[in-house]
Design a binder for this molecule. Sequence first.
Ligand code: BG6
Length: 299
Amino acid sequence: VSITHDNTRVVATLPRGDRVEILLFGANALSWKTGNGKEQLFLSDKAILDGSKPVRGGIPLVFPLFGPAQESHPATAKLPQHGFARNVRWEYLGKTSSESFAIGKEASDASVKIDFGLSPTEIDDKFKSAWPYSFGLTYSITLSPDELSTSLQVANTGTEAFEFQTLFHTYFATSDIASTHVTGLESNGFINKVPSPKQTAAANEPIKFSGELDRVYTGAEKDIIINDNGKPSITIKRNELPDVVVWNPWADKSKGMSDFGPEDGWKKMVCVEAGSVEKFSRLEGGETWEGQQIIKAHL
Ligand code: BG6
């Protein structure tokens, strides 16, 4: 297993070629390639990577607020859309790799876990005053053959309880959105955010795309499968992440985003975002919470 890191990024590569690249700003995964060299994430070619705004693509981290601030939740009402975790530089904490040399096993079984941390000392004063709690976040990315796991541990290191929402805002690459469909959410109700948020009953059919789609599925228990051209391309398993946001901005909305490219890039992506966002989770002083997604690529 090889790890390289500099001031801005960490790159991990497995012996068989699987590779993940993470920007310290936002601890945003920018690229995940499976052993066959195929890129599994979508990154806008106009994404801004210098830390002046969140990254458009890869896996932005949403914490402690999902969506725009709401007056109805005063504790997060001063935060930017999707919170601050994607707007700050995280600390690289190191790696743990496992390489198996047992008889009959190849080094190709190797996997690596890389950890990133965030605490109030790393965040700007404006975020600290908007969200004045004592917290410690540990974000672990584990790269295994054809599999990527992302796990976020939230610790309340103070005495005062806080409430949070969180989500892995994963932009998956797909070959053509018109022949992409998502299964596993058929029996779940959802909040349809377009044109304005509306509670909607389960559709009892796979999700297909023919225009802007922005939905928050709640209480989802099954594994989610992204199908590309009639074949499963990605399976997402989740722990402690009951909600799934499915989003594609389509032509007009993506044209309005200055950091979105190429112009028809919306045809090549689908966001399937595992999270805990319908409600706020409450964490008492001294408690920790952990949520995880495991993404398997089908080749
Ligand atoms: C999705 C939301 O999770 O993120 C959408 O459901 C939103 O409503 C999208 O447009 C992108 O958000 P942002 O802040 O990265 O442009």
